[in-house]
Design a protein around this ligand. Structure first.
Ligand SMILES: NC(=O)c1ccc[n+]([C@@H]2O[C@H](COP(=O)([O-])OP(=O)(O)OC[C@H]3O[C@@H](n4cnc5c(N)ncnc54)[C@H](O)[C@@H]3O)[C@@H](O)[C@H]2O)c1
Ligand SMILES: [Zn+2]
Length: 356
């Protein structure tokens, strides 16, 4: 049996060696061995996952010559201690240059495993098998890998592309409502930044028209939706792998979101919830500056509401605290905070001239 053609291909154009497929669909886990053998020459694998995913899916993922490393579940474990545990395990099992890591889980597992792969023996292959909506539409694509430090999130990392991404949509059935919505916030983000040339149709309308099917996790529509998100992200990353320009549009809503997460100690909101608030705030800002029509503003609010991506900041979160947090973000250059603002459906501009 041969693998079918990939659903999306990412090639990072300056380095033609980076050309990897993304497969999206139901029940891919059971054929994972086939995909893995087709896209790596590895003879041994270290599969990194967490307790939650292992409990649900360990039996479904059968890869020969693999050892498992099961982490505790949580963002707080994306740190140096876990990095060391994984490295020690890889060294103990004598994983070699031609072998590979497999990240099996959400964005936390993907980010830390990717960073291990980037640095183990100065870099060995890795495969992403994302199991959250956020990981399938965002973190598994684009090659940013990292761990958190006591000074902030994702401060130690690399740009390192996987050899293969296998997004099994069936795994989303067990994702709880809150985590699913967190992923949807990033999906909606693509509708606001999508360039029409990238898709044959308007992604924003696609989401509005199919909102009920999406919310009920219809696997056919989820596959289509995830594919469009990956296509948009892949094209943006392809033009700007290391975030020198265009890639910044993927941060739509994120300038506020990162500040909101920081000010609320990363405990009050999930990342997607903070992004949803961030997107609402940039739409308010663009409206205040007369940058968008009221029709587009209303459409954006309608889309956020359709997916119940409407959250309120706690009273204790002041404007001053948010501004301070934004000024300390790692993306700040020359004390200027960069915002991605909407101008029209699927069109944004990047600007630093916002009065805070
Ligand atoms: N590298 C990038 O470009 C990028 C982009 C966005 C976010 N991120 C990172 O991704 C991380 C967030 O990712 P996330 O939202 O996937 O969080 P996560 O990995 O913590 O997963 C969320 C929760 O869902 C559980 N889970 C995973 N798959 C499941 C399944 N199929 N069924 C039931 N439960 C399941 C996890 O155990 C966890 O409790 C953050 O660390 C963030 O920094 C990275
Ligand atoms: Zn995000």
């Amino acid at each position: 049996m041969e693998t079918k053609l990939p659903d999306v291909s990412v090639n990072i154009n300056e380095k033609s060696a980076f050309d990897y497929p993304i497969f999206i669909g139901e029940n891919l886990l059971k054929n994972a061995q086939l995909y893995v053998s087709s896209y790596t020459k590895a003879s041994k694998f270290l599969i990194v996952t967490n307790k939650t995913v292992a409990n649900l899916y360990r039996e479904s993922l059968n890869i020969q010559n693999a050892e498992w490393m099961v982490l505790e579940d949580g963002e707080q474990y994306k740190n140096f201690d876990t990095y060391k545990l994984i490295m020690d395990k890889a060294l103990e099992m004598r994983l070699e240059r031609k072998d590979a890591f497999i990240a099996f889980g959400g964005g936390v597992v993907g980010d830390i495993t990717g960073f291990c792969a980037a640095t183990y023996l100065r870099g060995i292959d890795f495969i992403q098998i994302p199991t959250t909506l956020l990981a399938q539409v965002d973190s598994s694509v684009g090659g940013k890998v990292a761990i958190n430090t006591q000074f902030g999130k994702n401060l130690v990392g690399a740009f390192y592309q996987p050899k293969l991404v296998l997004a099994d949509t069936s795994t989303l059935c067990t994702l709880d409502k809150r985590q699913f919505k967190t992923g949807l916030a990033e999906v909606v983000k693509y509708a606001f930044i999508e360039k029409t040339a990238m898709c044959n149709f308007n992604f924003l309308n696609f989401l509005l028209d199919n909102s009920e099917l999406i919310k009920s996790k219809d696997l056919g529509i989820l596959k289509e939706m995830i594919k469009i998100c990956c296509e948009i992200k892949a094209r943006v990353v392809n033009e700007d792998e290391q975030e020198k320009g265009l890639r910044a549009i993927l941060n739509f809503g994120h300038t506020y979101a990162h500040a909101i997460e920081k000010v609320t100690n990363y405990t009050h909101f999930t990342h997607g919830e903070a992004v949803a608030i961030g997107m609402r705030l940039v739409f308010d800002l663009a409206k205040m500056r007369n940058m968008i029509s009221s029709d587009y503003y209303n459409l954006a609010i309608k889309l956020l509401s359709k997916f119940a991506l409407t959250y309120v900041l706690p009273d204790s979160t002041t404007h001053e605290a948010l501004v301070e947090a934004m000024l300390f973000d790692k993306k700040v250059q020359d004390n200027k905070v960069r915002f991605v603002l909407p101008v029209d459906v699927g069109k944004v501009v990047i600007t630093s001239d916002v009065m805070l």
